[in-house]
Design a protein around this ligand. Structure first.
Ligand code: IPM
Ligand code: MG
Length: 350
């Protein structure tokens, strides 16, 4: 049985996953690691971004660590064969409905954010984004020609009680192990799906989590509050589309997309999908200067949430912190280390 399936993917994906693999091999040599084709690389080799074999291997592994997918090379490919379509199919196929996206500011990097140090220092937010529903997957979706000329495009935002409840439960449970506060974000002032979201979260809170502090916030206000006073947040709970946007925004509070991991979790006992929040960065791909820390910290999340080795996760997290303390920096955070040298810096601290 594979413990960890690596899907390096496109752009800087293979470069950063290579470092995560070196760290995994050093930290837990007993782990069985395998690799599979995914994204644009899979499209080039097999004509589809996600083969049945790769999906099967992902579902059979204990954890999946992905690099990144996509790039200008596949811009002209039909939408259902684009690398991004492969990613959505992987998320849906694995049933990983809860996406945990931490935004935390490592002390030595507080000045790397475009926001003032006093606003971001000590920041520790966990965004819980619903990942397999909402407008990303709703039907109908189409573009049609109108008889009088022009076109009409339709996407559908759709959520059921069960979908909202299962992701909310994860957010409340996480909050209990943190600062005990959940901020649920939707647009209940204009959207029916937002109304249902608020209703379901409120009911679940009353029934199962009355000890957790719950606050509702309209998603546009949350976007503003994130840059105004980000430390008011502990756990942010939100849908697929708002979560996509708010997590990109939150990443910039920390001084670097290159540092942020994520975990996508499904039902208990099923494998999690771990990926850096950053994309494939085609502009720097192949130059060996990408920051591998987001991939390495995604491995940290995999050790914690799927591989049942929180002890190793703690060790790895501490090692990354020490490497940063000692000044290890790739160019994106103001240094000159290569991807491999940054991997070495973490390995040296293990
Ligand atoms: C993300 C990405 C993906 C998303 C894209 C690549 C499909 O932006 O993981 O946030 O929109 O979910
Ligand atoms: Mg995104």
């Amino acid at each position: 049985m594979t413990d960890l399936l690596l899907l390096p993917g496109d752009g800087i994906g293979p470069e950063v996953t290579r470092e995560a693999r070196r760290v995994a091999e050093a930290l837990a040599p007993e782990l069985k690691i395998a690799e599979g084709p995914f994204g644009g690389a899979s499209y080039d080799a097999h004509g589809v971004p996600l083969t049945d074999e790769t999906l099967g291997a992902a579902k059979a592994a204990r954890a999946v660590l992905m690099g990144a997918v996509g790039g200008p090379k596949w811009a002209g490919v039909p939408r259902d064969k684009r690398p991004e379509a492969g990613l959505l199919a992987l998320r849906a196929g694995m049933g990983v409905f809860a996406n945990l996206r931490p935004a935390l500011c490592f002390q030595p990097l507080a000045d790397a954010s475009t926001l003032k140090r006093e606003v971001v220092e000590g920041l520790d937010i966990m965004i819980v984004r619903e990942l397999t529903g909402g407008i990303y997957f709703g039907s109908p979706r189409f573009i049609e020609e109108l008889p009088g000329g022009g076109k009409r495009a339709v996407d559908t935002q759709v959520y059921t009680t069960a979908e909202i409840e299962r992701v909310s439960r994860i957010a409340f449970e996480l909050a209990r192990g943190r600062r005990n506060k959940v901020t649920s974000c939707e647009k209940s002032n204009v959207m029916d799906s937002g109304l249902l979201w608020r209703e379901v979260v409120t009911d679940l809170h009353k029934r199962e989590f009355p000890d957790v502090q719950l606050e509702h916030m309209l998603a546009d206000n949350a976007a503003m509050q994130l840059v105004k006073n980000p430390r008011q947040f502990d756990v942010i709970l939100t849908d697929n589309l708002f979560g996509d946007i708010l997590s990109d925004e939150a990443s910039q509070l920390t001084g670097g997309l290159g540092l942020l991991p994520s975990a996508a979790l499904g039902a208990a006992g099923t494998p999690g999908l771990y990926e850096p929040i950053h994309g494939s960065a085609p502009d720097i791909a192949g130059r060996g200067i990408a920051n591998p820390l987001a991939a390495i910290l995604s491995l940290e999340m995999a050790l914690r949430w799927s591989l049942e080795r929180p002890d190793l996760a703690d060790r790895l997290y501490a090692a990354v912190g020490r490497a940063l303390d000692k000044g290890a920096r790739t160019p994106d955070i103001g240094g000159s280390l290569t991807t491999a040298q940054m991997g070495d810096a973490v390995l040296a601290e293990l």
